[in-house]
Design a binder for this molecule. Structure first.
Ligand code: NAD
Ligand code: TYD
Length: 332
């Protein structure tokens, strides 16, 4: 297959590109705007692969999309603004990328009859105190991030219903692993612990997330692309859930630190308490997660410890200003 991978220079997209080049014969075209979160460094190891090419451009730009999509068999759309805290501070780009961007991509796919997979999130269902959401649970998003992602999901579904475009949606739980930008919980805590910065835990630290190793999500997306039923959504949850404070304690132990580095800080406004997905549908299709949280976290901590070339430029660049604004304190 020849795939257009939008947002392929980000965390999950770049790992997807690596997995597909390694495990399939796919040809991959990446289209990416290279926002603060999209980095050529994330694709450095595949840059010379003859089955890989890169286009710099935005999904909301019809000309950029038109030249990247021609000749492809399917689109996988990872392109998004992805951080809840940034969506609370500055929602603008979330609306542009998720609403207008997804629309432009869908139109280009419809004109050419190209299969379309939208990468989405468990956050579109909102918070759940007990039990798990299925694909038919109502969408009740609570942040500008999740609300605009939910809007994109509905638009994708409408293109199947109205135009019979072959669409698929994969809703993943919280991903972690190599190449994740350190605004998200796990890489932020790992890098702060490795650099003896304080670890800012929101609220009481008892919010629960369901952790999915990035390559497990990427294999689920590939599996759904190949075997999924057009018009369907598929939940993809990880094997383990964990309260944030336990995640932080494990990271402290894996980096040889004690709990005196923890700071309980003001809670995120509208902070969802717990996410949980039932993944029965994608499991029935033949996908299983391979990586338990304990092992994936150990591997992830080791990757950050061994790859300072990747994160040092981030931590010494514009990220410092973001961190100061978000946490009201400087990184060391
Ligand atoms: P990321 O922030 O690491 O990467 C996003 C990528 O999209 C970047 O390369 C960025 O440059 C690119 N991008 C942003 N706006 C764009 C635009 N307008 N045009 C083209 N490219 C653009 O995000 P991620 O964590 O890799 O998430 C990828 C997808 O997976 C997103 O759709 C997200 O909603 C979804 N998702 C993420 C998680 C998670 O835990 N990170 C969980 C479930 C689903
Ligand atoms: P995050 O990685 O931002 O993912 P999401 O909000 O999309 O689930 O946050 C994961 C959890 O960690 C969430 O409950 C918020 C919490 N959190 C902190 O306690 N401190 C932090 O500095 C960050 C970034 C997140």
């Amino acid at each position: 297959m020849k795939l257009l991978v939008c947002g392929g220079a980000g965390f999950i997209g770049s790992n997807f590109v690596r997995v597909r080049l390694r495990e399939t014969d796919d040809e991959i075209v990446v289209l990416d705007k290279l926002t603060y979160a999209g980095r050529r460094e994330n694709l450095e190891d595949v840059a010379d692969n003859p089955r890989f090419s890169f286009h710099h451009g935005a999904i909301e730009d019809p000309a950029a999309v038109g030249s990247a999509i021609d000749g492809t068999d399917a689109v996988v759309n990872f392109a998004a603004e992805t951080h809840v805290d940034r969506s609370i501070a500055e929602p603008d780009a979330f609306v542009t990328t998720h609403a207008q961007g997804t629309y432009v991509l869908l139109e280009a796919a419809r004109e050419r009859g190209v299969r379309f997979l939208q990468v989405s999130t468990d956050e579109v269902y909102g918070s759940i105190a007990e039990g798990s959401f299925s694909e038919s649970s109502p969408l009740q998003p609570s942040s500008p991030y999740s609300a605009t992602k939910a809007g994109a999901d509905l638009l994708v579904a409408s293109y199947h219903h109205t135009y019979r475009l072959e669409t698929l949606i994969c809703r993943g739980s919280n991903n972690y692993g190599p190449f994740q930008y350190p605004e998200k919980l796990i890489p932020l805590m790992v890098l702060n612990a490795l650099n003896a910065d304080r670890l800012p835990v929101y609220g009481d630290g008892l919010n629960v997330r369901n952790w999915l190793y990035v390559e497990d999500f990427d294999r689920a997306i590939g599996h759904v692309l190949e075997h999924g039923a057009a018009g369907e959504a598929y939940n993809v949850g990880g094997p383990d859930e964990c309260p944030n404070i336990q995640v932080v304690r494990r990271i402290l132990a894996l980096t040889g630190n004690d709990e005196s580095l923890i700071d309980f800080v003001a809670d995120r406004p509208g902070h969802d308490r717990r996410y949980s997905l039932s993944s029965q549908r994608v499991r029935a299709l033949g996908w299983e997660p391979r990586v338990r949280f304990e092992d994936g976290l150990e591997h992830t901590v080791a990757w950050y410890r061994d790859n300072s070339w990747w994160w040092e430029p981030i931590r010494s660049g514009a990220y410092r200003d973001y961190y100061q604004r978000q946490y009201g304190r400087a990184l060391g």
